[in-house]
Ligand binder design. Structure first.
Ligand code: NAD
Length: 245
């Protein structure tokens, strides 16, 4: 433990499992006071660290998001992590599928950032980190139509916020992970027609020949949350085992 985030308060969405959960623990281990939020109360209950407080929050609910920002007050670090992978091309994407993915993957970032940014500005700035993906935002992949569309939107959102607030101490970056071994990835593998082949296919995406673990991702998130990245803003940083070489 090196206390790289000592004195900082961090707010995270989708922190119940996967990369959000790992980031909450990594931030707390580096000395941050962490607000870990998720729609899933049971998942949040497994987060056991003295530096972590939890709150059930549905990022699709504007009123809940506004209330959370009012209750919690200013934060130094905001990690917008929530997102969902829809499987299918444009022809398998209904209007409801489109609306759901755009809302959860992209509009939630607008909602949460809009709620927390004024407090960050009042306190002289802070670091916003958004969850994009390499899949179909930096590189096209089959059956990631609406997912890739929204994650490309996350990159645009990130650059727009970075440009607007660069003079006011706000840094806004996003990360573009390759395929990460998380509960939802395991669900995608299990629901495939041939799960053994599906896992091989997911692994084969990465030239490094393996899936990422959440521990491959957290160090980049700690870096972006910390003052070590003080000259970094508007970046879309790949952490993808060589997918986008
Ligand atoms: P995950 O998908 O296993 O878990 C997602 C979490 O989001 C769950 O705890 C869930 O309860 C929560 N959640 C769902 N709807 C919510 C809502 N409305 N409000 C608040 N929380 C909600 O975790 P993961 O695989 O680490 O994915 C996290 C993010 O990373 C997503 O945005 C995903 O698109 C992105 N991503 C994942 C991968 C991957 O391969 N796993 C790769 C690149 C990017």
């Amino acid at each position: 433990m090196t206390q790289r985030l000592a004195g900082k308060t961090a707010f995270l969405t989708a922190a119940g499992q996967g990369m959000g959960r790992a980031a909450a623990l990594a931030f707390a281990q580096e000395g941050a006071q962490v607000w870990a939020t998720d729609i899933n109360a049971e998942a949040l209950a497994t987060l056991d660290h003295p530096g972590i407080r939890t709150r059930v929050l549905d990022v699709r609910n504007s009123a809940e998001v506004a209330l959370a920002a009012a209750d919690i007050g200013p934060v130094n670090v905001l990690f917008n992590c929530a997102g969902f992978v829809h499987n299918g091309s444009i022809l398998q994407c209904s209007e409801d599928d489109w609306d759901f993915s755009v809302d959860l993957n992209l509009s939630s970032m607008f909602r949460v950032t809009r709620a927390f940014l004024p407090g960050m500005l009042e306190h002289g700035g802070g670091a916003i980190i958004n969850m994009a993906s390499m899949a179909s935002s930096l590189k096209g992949f089959p059956n990631r139509f609406v997912y890739g569309t929204t994650k490309a939107g996350v990159i645009g959102f990130t650059k727009a916020v970075a440009a607007d607030f660069v003079k006011q101490g706000i840094r806004c970056n996003c990360i573009c992970p390759g395929t990460v071994d998380t509960p939802s990835l395991r669900g995608r593998i299990a629901s495939a027609a041939d799960p053994v082949q599906a896992e091989k296919d997911f692994i084969a995406r990465q030239p490094m020949g393996r899936l990422a673990t959440v521990d491959d991702i957290s160090p980049l998130l700690v870096y972006l949350a910390s003052d070590e990245s003080k000259f970094v803003t508007g970046a879309a940083l790949s952490v993808d085992g060589g997918v986008t070489i």
